[in-house]
Design a protein around this ligand. Sequence first.
Ligand SMILES: *Cc1c(COP(=O)(O)O)cnc(C)c1O
Length: 404
Amino acid sequence: MKYLKKKLTIENVKVDYIAKKYGTPTYCYSYSELKKNINNFKNSFRSFSPLICFAVKSNTNVNLIKEIKKFGLGADVVSMGELMMAIKAGINPKKIVFSGVGKTFDEIKYAINKNIFLINAESESEIKQIEKIAKLKKKRIQIGIRLNPNTDAKTLSQISTGKKENKFGVDSKTFIKLINNYKNSKNIELKCLSVHIGSQILDHKPYEKMLKSIAKILEKIKYRFEFIDLGGGMGISYDNKQKSLDYKKYQLVIKKFLNKYKSKIIFEPGRSIIGNTGTLISKIIYIKKSGKKNFIILDAAMNDLIRPALYGAIHRIMPSLKNNKISNENHEFVGPICESTDSFLNLKKFQELRENEIVVVCDVGAYGMSLSSNYNLRPKPIELLIKGSKIKVIKKRQRHKDFI
Ligand SMILES: *Cc1c(COP(=O)(O)O)cnc(C)c1O
């Protein structure tokens, strides 16, 4: 996204034009950013050619998954719905991993019927369930066991998953027990050790610690895994100040690990692939002065983008037209929903704004539309994919009659 003659543009298309033609609020993705992210990811880790499985929960749009698939990526899914969507997008089941603490009998059966690559189990009960279905089907099923490495990812507590107080994975003692119980199983093939310590991780050090925990376990057991699944969590820059995760440093740490413990690596990135490709275009409905504050009331709300309300996440907001007139008053950008948490951003300084003007909320490609809802019975936004000068509707705007 950049300003051309003061007009904000996505690739070669002006944001104001999109707003006029397709209405607001509108999710808009940039193909060139997506391509850049995927190629950068692949190149950074190519020395050990990992299997890269896109975390579908970060963005479930089938047309985006289709584009991601064209770069050879697989998928990491966490429900039967996501598994169906990945298959619908044409992802090869041999590149699909299934994660999650609460997979039901039906979900496991479906995954087994589809012959997916790997089920990452997160408890002994789940392994028993998988074994039961595998026996019924007379199959040997490849599984990973998710280790909880008790590593602090140094990210928001709500998106941290690798500490012992988090519900994910099994502790090292249980992990070792499970390996001993299942290494000679007829219906279960222990293929992978999996971890995923959290999301929006900006420093490589938590990953380094995580690899140390894995190494410690591998030292204790004789069993050798063909695959190590390091999960996702690679952080991106949301505010232009923080730096995104340094892939080079992470790569070096993994290389060191692989020198000692030969295995193939799996990654499950979501945010780092799709996060900065998306913007939410919105119109200012009203501006309300209240004491020393200006409430900028947008037509986008927490049902369209819940990250600020849910985690206190920060997303930059930019005007579609630069006017260079700075206002030093307090601005709070809010949505129309009847919740005080329906607020996107507080700023001391912004350019002067007017009602009916267009603004964009930045970096909403991950956990934006996929976490949207119909709260307050608001229809969900349209989704567009921009490629150069071309605009493709990749999901229609929901209409009231779709649910009334
Ligand atoms: C959410 C999740 C991911 C993706 O996380 P990002 O921060 O979007 O990269 C990967 N693996 C598992 C198991 C997850 O739950």
